[in-house]
Ligand binder design. Structure first.
Ligand SMILES: C[S@@+](CC[C@H](N)C(=O)[O-])C[C@H]1O[C@@H](n2cnc3c(N)ncnc32)[C@H](O)[C@@H]1O
Length: 209
């Protein structure tokens, strides 16, 4: 019997317009749809069985294993699978050969697009799962930095980054990108609270666009 691969697909930063036709085709053909509740709710028309991924990722992987090989499993991730997503634990568990990855538009792509700056050479750091293990002051020579900053538990590190780069960089706070409440603004200091969907861009002053 043919083994059905697991499809891992990026779903873009939020708005359905940013879900690619390739991703949509895979999602519509799913027999088992896996992902965070918020993402699963974005596709109410899909009649697949659903596996909600919460804090206990291994539990979700165990649930996927029951269907692996004989049902079309489609894993939904926000943005692009290659950036801090469920793709890594899924591939580690089921193997690279068993997985097909469909790229998506990342929140980092969307953030740079909003400020009209290319992201070639940008340093991308995640303060999502935990604070980056790097001293903020050591980043002062970077021209462009994007920080995944949607987790309030790690806001102190993001604050420290802004303080360390205050004299050398401009800061852009990009919240809820592509959604109705999108907000992109230049800031001098970080607000007390950040949206759960936040990218902070730090652009060295006088960096050419
Ligand atoms: C688990 S990571 C997922 C990143 C995703 N794979 C990507 O490529 O955008 C979650 C982080 O993505 C960022 N994020 C996701 N959607 C966003 C949006 N619509 N606007 C701003 N940031 C977003 C936030 O920094 C959040 O902390």
């Amino acid at each position: 019997m043919e083994i059905k691969p697991i499809t891992i697909t990026g779903c873009g930063p939020g708005a359905l317009e940013y879900v690619t036709p390739m991703a949509m085709r895979a999602i519509l053909q799913a027999e088992v749809l896996v992902g965070a509740r918020r993402l699963l709710e974005s596709f109410p028309e899909v009649e697949a069985q659903r596996i909600v991924v919460g804090a206990d990722v291994p539990q979700a992987l165990d649930a996927m294993a029951e269907h692996f090989g004989h049902r079309r499993i489609v894993v939904l991730v926000t943005g692009d699978p290659g950036l801090c997503s469920l793709a890594r634990p899924v591939i580690q568990r089921f193997g690279r050969d068993a997985c097909r990855v469909i790229p998506g538009i990342s929140s980092v792509h969307a953030a740079f697009a909003c400020i009209g700056t290319d992201w070639f050479g940008a340093r991308i750091l995640s303060a999502h799962d935990h604070a980056p293990e790097i001293a903020p002051a050591s980043l002062i020579s970077e021209n462009k930095i994007a920080v995944l900053a949607g987790n309030p538990a790690n806001a102190a590190w993001v604050q420290a980054l802004c303080a360390a780069l205050f004299a050398t960089h401009d800061f852009y706070l990009c919240e809820n990108l592509t959604l109705a409440d999108e907000s992109v603004r230049r800031i001098d200091c970080l607000p007390m609270t950040l949206a759960s969907r936040t990218i902070l861009l730090c652009i060295k002053k006088e960096t050419p666009l």
